[in-house]
Design a protein around this ligand. Structure first.
Ligand SMILES: C[S@@+](CC[C@H](N)C(=O)[O-])C[C@H]1O[C@@H](n2cnc3c(N)ncnc32)[C@H](O)[C@@H]1O
Length: 268
């Protein structure tokens, strides 16, 4: 089950609003009170909640994945228009497959595995992989991933794909793994999701990417695309913020691979 989530910051702000003497005085004026209600309502729209991501990705993942990785002809117009801006995604996948297969990992956990495109390549390429577990919040992604990954894995690799939000995972109930893969997921994790990621992955070998927060043509186009598609919330990080985040979450030092809009952190 996916719990309703609120950011700690919002709780703190609510409490501050209720206790601040100036706010209490303002509340006595009906027009001011209406304004506060309106602001609170707008603020709520920006609260991070993994249920919104689930609803969104349930509808979106098939066309996103086809547009990113497959030469599918029948795509919605907006996904076809987005294709030229997604060339870094097959590259991200190739680099991540290289990194994990060269690491001699035997057990891999992938969070936000989508339709399983990375895993299919990994089980084909890796000489050492024995176990793979992929987890994604969207049932529609999991259904497709399960079909493709299990077919590629055959009897050589023990592969499993589960539906769950990172926010709902119990780190103690996950099987042992020696490498964690997190591609295209950081923008969609709530604060609770990041904490759970830390509990699951700290101290492990990893490959994790983030979307750089910077002024660029790519980011302007991406913002327009997200608005048109109705993305629930989307987190970007500057290089310094990503470094601080990874250290706060307990992930060890990394090499940063930086190519266009791609920022991939490979544990060292
Ligand atoms: C941009 S896609 C990336 C998919 C895949 N990793 C790839 O690189 O092709 C983001 C994926 O993260 C999943 N996702 C979003 N929020 C999630 C959460 N809180 N827990 C688990 N999966 C989540 C979505 O369902 C979607 O499949």
């Amino acid at each position: 089950m996916n719990r309703p989530l609120q950011t700690t910051g919002t709780h703190a702000n609510d409490a501050a609003n209720d206790q601040h003497p100036g706010t209490a005085a303002l509340r006595q004026h009906p027009r001011a009170e209406f304004r506060i209600e309106l602001i609170t309502h707008i603020g709520r729209r920006f609260l991070m909640d993994s249920r919104e991501q689930r609803c969104f990705w349930e509808r979106h993942i098939a066309s996103w994945s086809d547009s990113a990785y497959h030469k599918t002809k029948r795509l919605p117009l907006i996904e076809r228009a987005a294709q030229p801006f997604r060339k870094h995604l097959p590259l991200r996948q190739r680099l991540a497959v290289d990194i994990v297969s060269n690491s001699d990992a035997a057990s891999v956990l992938e969070l936000g595995c989508g339709t399983g495109d990375f895993a299919v390549e990994l089980v084909r390429r890796s000489q050492t992989l024995g176990n793979y577990l992929g987890i994604d919040i969207a049932d529609s992604a999991v259904k497709r991933a399960r079909e493709h990954v299990l077919a590629a894995a055959g009897s050589r690799v023990k592969a499993e794909v589960r539906a769950a939000a990172v926010e709902d995972l119990d780190p103690t109930s996950l099987p042992f793994f020696d490498f964690i893969v997190v591609l295209g997921l950081l923008p969609y994790l709530t604060d609770e999701g990041l904490e759970r990621l830390s509990a699951i992955g700290r101290g492990k070998k990893y490959v994790v990417d983030y979307h750089p927060r910077e002024a660029s043509f790519f980011n302007a186009v991406h913002a327009a695309y997200r608005t048109a598609k109705g993305y629930p919330f989307y987190r970007m990080f500057s290089d310094a913020e990503a470094k601080e985040l990874m250290s706060r979450l307990g992930f060890g030092p990394y090499n940063l691979i930086s190519r266009g809009p791609l920022r991939m952190m490979q544990s060292v």
